[in-house]
Design a protein around this ligand. Structure first.
Ligand code: HEM
Ligand code: HEM
Length: 228
């Protein structure tokens, strides 16, 4: 069967790492106590992954670029009305899915950013909390707690959407794992995404730079202990 590469390897690895680190950050926060060390590590990893995806959305291959998949509200509405009658044949995120990608990056990005300044008034604080006032850190902690609900909502909607498409017979999960979509499910002459060594090395350089940033933030958090 002819297939077309849609999701490049870096994007697929990003997705797996993002799902694992966000899930881990939620679980460790719920377990609390000494698990908060893991919350800081996994939360900072999720923060670095959001930065990766934003930069990858500007410089990465065709179907992961924001300019390729973010459509106007009018076009999104048109898609929403039409999708019941005709299957979507354009490659990459559909217009509705595209907005959920943006929402996930914004909501989870906000969660991770406020976390950097948060503190639990016991042992744990974000690496940047020491640079703001106590009131500032409390404000960020409040926002971090408030936004957690939206993190659950957006992840719930994401999983629900994936489930609904799967039941409707549109396989989305496999392509997010192996990168490929059968050509019969796409419009004729659909172009494949670049996923060669140059693309992968570019992503690796970006990932290493962001891993250094994450490592530095984790050290900063460890050394800060709790100053509140
Ligand atoms: C905490 C958990 C998860 C988070 C935060 C998350 C986040 C995301 C993000 C940000 C994207 C956009 C990918 C990109 O363009 O870079 C995406 C796409 C996708 N995710 Fe997840 N994901 C999670 C869990 C899962 C799980 C468990 C599955 C499968 C069972 C899944 C299936 C998919 C699929 C199929 C797509 C592609 C949708 C499309 O074709 O437009 N995700 N996810
Ligand atoms: C995507 C990433 C993150 C998620 C999903 C997340 C989620 C959560 C959740 C659900 C809570 C518990 C809120 C409650 O039930 O009261 C929490 C608390 C906390 N998080 Fe995060 N977090 C993330 C990133 C971070 C980061 C990067 C840091 C700091 C490095 C951080 C530091 C904290 C602290 C200090 C608390 C305790 C605040 C309190 O006392 O309620 N978080 N986080």
């Amino acid at each position: 069967m002819m297939t077309i590469r849609i999701w490049d390897l870096p994007t697929r690895l990003f997705h797996a790492a993002f799902a694992l680190s966000v899930t881990g950050a939620i679980l460790s926060a719920k377990l609390g106590d000494t698990w908060m060390d893991w919350h800081v590590r996994l939360g900072i990893t999720a923060f670095a992954l959001v930065l990766f995806r934003i930069l990858w959305g500007l410089a990465g291959p065709r179907y992961v670029r924001f300019s390729q998949f973010v459509k106007s509200p009018a076009a999104t509405w048109k898609y929403f009305k039409a999708q019941a009658s005709q299957p979507y044949k354009s490659a990459g995120h559909n217009p509705l899915g595209a907005w959920s990608v943006v929402a996930m990056l914004l909501i989870i990005g906000f969660q991770a950013t406020t976390g950097l300044f948060a503190n639990d008034e016991i042992l744990t604080q974000g690496p940047l909390a020491q640079f703001v006032s106590e009131a500032g850190s409390s404000l960020m902690t409040g926002l971090h707690q408030w936004n957690a609900t939206w993190v659950y909502v957006i992840i719930g909607l994401h999983l629900l959407a994936v489930l609904v498409y799967t039941f409707k017979g549109q396989q989305l999960v496999l392509p997010m794992i192996n990168g490929d979509v059968p050509a019969t499910r796409l419009a004729p002459q659909t172009q494949s995404a670049r996923d060669d060594l140059v693309v992968r090395l570019g992503a690796l350089v970006l990932a290493v730079a962001l891993a250094i940033l994450a490592w530095w933030l984790i050290q900063l958090a460890n050394n800060a202990g709790s100053t509140f």
